[in-house]
Write a protein that binds this ligand. Structure first.
Ligand code: ME8
Length: 632
């Protein structure tokens, strides 16, 4: 695959500082353009700031500075945040720039000349926060449904864009291109809006009310409505129709937004493009909203999460990984520090970091005497097939902006390589001189697997991916086409790479204020009564089988004496099903049932494990007891 790819983020309002939500969209855009570049595409990534309109004028007045000064300050702040996060935008558009205003005025003039715009009168309920009029149907208790503030009735002469005439065309277009707006829930939402009559769009504001905007080229008593101005950034940044950059990239335009601005992007924008004789974008990709520790981010709650903060505390890669992995594209997700630290420790420090440290250490310490590797066996075939499968799933996921699925596929592969190390036990091979060719085959396979990771991880955790490639001496720009296992037939020189993602120690329980919480809670301990609520029982394993499509899970049928249960356990990497049958294990018998890979699990098998080398052992009995016996 090689082609052209143009990706935009929303241009952010400059009345505020950048926060986690803005960072998320911009990180996604960076990860996606990196991925497409890795796949061989020529990419163009645009972000920027939206600087006109009431919202900015009012914020500037409140701050006692000019609107331009406010725009300059805050636009620079957004840009600094993206630079601090290492986000590789190709262009940064500001709507106060000449290059933008020229294109907006040229398109307005064209629409005016074509009779697409008329002067009319309008009265309506206006929200200054949203900069738009609300219809009676949208108003909630006389208030703005978004800001919950009282709306102001405004009546004025204004210019209107004949949007209503495009309703039928838009419905047909959305129905004919099922993935134009995606994921599907948002397409359905747009088709829902379009079941009501589409009204003409007021595209001007009288200067008597608002000065801060782009003057209409055909009547300078008015400035352009901020959304009409803002949406055109996607075109003006490419120089507008006729510019070679526009001709090259516009046919490959993808927009990335959150659900809050679906309507302007899925309704106004297509109609504007159609009226101006320009092609529609390829896809509108819509993600959900982040909440913070379960709450909506809002200034009044004081929980607005600054855009760069998590990177300062935990590093850029960990931040990228967490947001890309945690949010299912299209749905809302919650940002909590506890969840962040859990993922950092489990996925990055443990699964990935330990693998890289283990493998590079092994290779580096045995490289000197390396010879021709012995023949590949079924173990190597497993790794090769896992790599091919992860690539397939990754490509499929990224075509749909399903970042979380793409990462899950790569982590399946990491799991397979970790199991390969456990199975092949290179450290014991190293003790037997006769096994030297076998050892070399294992080490070569590990070097290959690391090289693969150094490539496929590049879009997501570019810092770590770069370090992995450097440790393997891979100096050429990474290419997805090279991400296969089974290419190396000789051990390359490899440098030891440890501490790629240092573990973050779990936060200690808060020290109690004297006389505050109960003593038990304060010390982070559990009362015997609380522990007694956990019903542990001896269970005999009657049957065990792998869970299809899962490399971690086994499905166990266990007897608790009086009853049989199905328990799904994440131990497939450590136990073959046959090894478990007949064993007496310990299960938590009163756990809420859960469904894992479609299998209802009625309990949990206890096992111990170490963080370092990922060893795991299921708890069994020292002496025989009947199934069902209580464990305390
Ligand atoms: O709407 N979760 O700008 P804006 C996820 N200027 N993403 C979030 C978020 C959250 N809680 N909060 C904000 C505007 N975002 C207009 C856009 S485009 C022609 C004009 C992100 O500063 C998300 O990308 O309010 C959302 O769409 C955008 O910030 C809104 O940014």
């Amino acid at each position: 695959m090689s082609g052209t790819f143009y990706l935009t983020t929303p241009i952010y309002y400059v009345n505020d500082a950048p926060h986690l939500g803005h960072a998320y969209t911009t990180i996604l855009a960076d990860a996606m353009t990196r991925y497409r570049r890795l796949a061989g595409d020529e990419t163009h990534f645009l972000t920027g700031t939206d600087e006109h309109g009431d919202k900015i004028a009012q914020a500037a007045a409140k701050a006692g500075i000019s609107a331009q000064a406010m725009a300059d300050q805050n636009s620079a702040q957004f840009r600094r945040a993206w630079d601090a996060l290492g986000l590789g935008y190709d262009d940064y558009i500001r709507t106060t720039e000449d290059r933008h205003q020229k294109v907006v005025q040229a398109i307005l003039q064209k629409l005016w000349d074509a009779g697409e715009i008329y002067l009319g009168k309008y009265g309506g309920h206006y929200c200054f926060g949203c900069e738009r009029f609300y219809t009676d149907k949208e108003i909630v208790d006389g208030k703005c449904p978004d800001h919950l503030t009282t709306l102001t009735w405004i009546e004025e002469e204004n210019y209107f864009f004949k949007m209503s005439k495009y309703q039928g065309w838009l419905i047909d277009t959305i129905q004919g291109r099922p993935d134009l707006v995606r994921p599907e829930r948002y397409r359905n939402e747009v088709l829902g809006f379009l079941r009501d009559p589409l009204l003409d769009l007021s595209i001007s504001r009288p200067r008597t009310r608002l000065e801060w905007g782009i003057p209409l080229p055909f009547d300078d008593r008015f400035v352009t409505y901020v959304w009409f101005d803002a949406l055109l950034n996607y075109v003006s940044a490419l120089g507008g129709p006729g510019d070679p950059r526009f001709e090259k990239f516009w046919p490959h335009a993808h927009h990335l937004i959150a659900k809050d601005i679906l309507k302007p992007h899925a309704i106004y924008w297509p109609c504007m493009l159609k009226a101006a004789g320009l092609d529609l974008y390829r896809h509108l990709n819509v993600h959900g909203y982040w909440t913070i520790e379960g709450q909506k981010m809002s200034k009044s709650l004081g929980n607005v999460f600054p855009a760069v903060a998590p990177a300062e505390k935990y590093g850029i890669d960990a931040y990228r990984y967490f947001v890309l992995r945690e949010m299912t594209f299209g749905l809302d997700a919650d940002f909590s520090e506890a969840a962040f630290v859990t993922r950092l420790n489990a996925d990055l420090a443990n699964d990935l970091g330990n693998l890289v440290a283990r493998a590079t250490t092994l290779i580096a310490s045995h490289a000197r005497e390396a010879g021709a590797p012995g023949p590949a066996t079924a173990d190597e075939e497993t790794v090769r097939a896992a790599a091919a499968e992860a690539r397939r799933l990754l490509d499929e996921a990224m075509a749909e902006f399903a970042f979380q699925r793409g990462l899950a596929a790569i982590w399946e592969f990491i799991g397979a390589v970790n199991r390969y190390v456990d199975t092949t036990q290179p450290w014991s091979l190293a003790r037997k001189p006769a096994e030297r060719p076998r050892l070399d085959r294992v080490l070569v396979t590990l070097a290959d697997a690391l090289g693969y990771l150094g490539i496929v991880l590049e879009p997501f955790v570019p810092g770590a991916a770069g370090k992995i490639r450097a440790a393997l001496g891979m100096t050429a720009p990474p290419r997805l086409a090279d991400a296969t296992v089974g290419r190396l037939d000789r051990l390359p020189p490899v440098q030891k790479l440890s501490g790629l993602f240092p573990r973050v120690e779990d936060r200690k329980p808060a020290v109690a204020e004297p006389g505050a919480a109960s003593p038990a809670a304060a010390a982070g301990t559990l009362s015997i009564a609380d522990f007694g609520k956990v019903e542990l029982r001896v269970a005999e394993v009657l049957a065990a089988e792998p869970v299809p499509k899962s490399r971690k899970l086994l499905k166990l049928t266990v007897s608790l004496g009086s009853e049989q249960r199905t328990v799904v356990a994440g131990i497939a990497g450590h136990y073959a099903p046959a090894d478990l049958v007949g064993k007496k294990v310990v299960v938590v018998a009163n756990l809420q049932p859960a469904t894992l890979m479609g299998i209802p699990s009625q309990g949990m098998v206890l096992a111990g494990s170490t963080e370092g080398d990922g060893a795991l052992a299921v708890l069994t009995l020292d002496r025989d007891l009947p199934a069902g016996a209580r464990v305390r």
